[in-house]
Design a protein around this ligand. Sequence first.
Ligand code: C5P
Length: 232
Amino acid sequence: MGKDVIVACDFSSKAEVMNFLDKFTEEKPFVKIGMELYYAEGPAIVREIKERGHKIFLDLKLHDIPNTVKKSMSVLSRLDVDMTNLHAAGTVAMMEAAIEGLTRPDGTRPILIAVTQLTSTSQERMESDLLIEKPLDQVVMHYASCAKKAGLDGVVCSPLEAGKVHEQCGENFVTVTPGVRFADGEVGDQVRVTTPAKAKEIGSDYIVVGRPITAAADPVAAYRRCVKDFVG
Ligand code: C5P
């Protein structure tokens, strides 16, 4: 699996994201488009960024009945994104339907990964609101196993969990890990963070980096620093 840095383009308008991407005159970073930008600008923004030569992780976290997810994934597959995702909580049946929908007539499909438990969900909340009473890390690993069983390519997880996910689901099972910060940078609202170099050591396949790049005084230099530390 090719290691790469994915830049989380958490902007709410085309003007902002294009202004940001214009700074990159030499390299074409792998870009994550999330709900904020997608709901603001629609599928056109995906096509436009793709046309500029970027790989795209479309982070829409689908979670619905299998038939709806299958049909929605079929629509997304036509956008020619490189990676997309869903919630493992939708069950193995939903994940299998998603793969079916995402697979193009020629047999190719984007990388499909699952969100296990959101990092914003605490043990306490999981027990009180979701009535799941197992330890959180056990739940995360179980969801990862379900994703693998359904035929998905990997999961979104904390870089600190990437090693364990590989141990359980295999070296080729992709780990996509947000929560990355430079040792000398702001942590912001992320709780369990690690540096690009440490994420590499633990075995993340892709790191998702937002504000340490998008809010940097020199975003291109910050991106290059991430690539140097993570990819080498
Ligand atoms: O700015 P920052 O580097 O914290 O951005 C991280 C990105 O990864 C954001 O787009 C955030 O929504 C996403 N993410 C995360 N934690 C998860 C899942 C996704 O931070 N568990």
